[in-house]
Design a binder for this molecule. Sequence first.
Ligand code: DGL
Length: 249
Amino acid sequence: MYKNNKIGIFDSGIGGVTVLKEIIKVLPYENYIYYSDSKNNPYGDKEDKELLNICDNIVKYLLEEKCKAIVIACNTASAKAVGFLRKKYINIPFIAIEPAYKMVYDLAYDKTTLVMATKGTIESEKFNLLYNKYNNHKTYLMECVGLADIIEEGNNKKIDEYLKRNIGIYKGKVQNVVLGCTHYPLIQKNIQEILGNVTFFNGAKRLADHLKVVLQEKDLIAKNEGIINFIDSQKLESKKERFFKILEN
Ligand code: DGL
């Protein structure tokens, strides 16, 4: 493994850009390859076996590109596939996002909490272990079926309608909101408009710090140019444009 190799990062689409944004704040001199798997979006409703296969193929691709570490910037893929990937590729560090529910435990345990995530994440064994360990007994779990798709589509009208229909009932009832899908920070403002003054919890910053520690421990921190290479599995130019627009704002 060489220091100057890239860091690979993937998600079912452009949502993982919210993770990459935090990573480049702490590791600006790394080169990155971001894989947006829009062809297989959404991951949230996929059967486990199919998702493992999809993730395995992405990892193979990132390893062919000689990545020195892989960031799973998708809560669903992390919840379902990281155990399998770590066992299969023992020489490569995998850094995986998870819903920031421990952060609620650490910082706002006494407050009522809404965890928003995909069906796949909420139903996963990995999330349930986390949930049972840090349960504050004042938590609503919400499977946001279809939400990541409309964020990926970038349709604001549909997003606002979806939120009104599905999270309006929590207004005044919750003080914490866990953004348990990497697409959701992109609509934090829309959520706030409906729920009012809530505190958001997002695992991206902690992941970024953890990635830095892992690379330091393995003596893999680079002083590169900070190049970001974007690949979309459908080669959609529109995804690339939106990705860089979000990254640069
Ligand atoms: N960004 C993915 C996540 O964090 C979206 C999942 C999906 O494609 O349904 O879970």
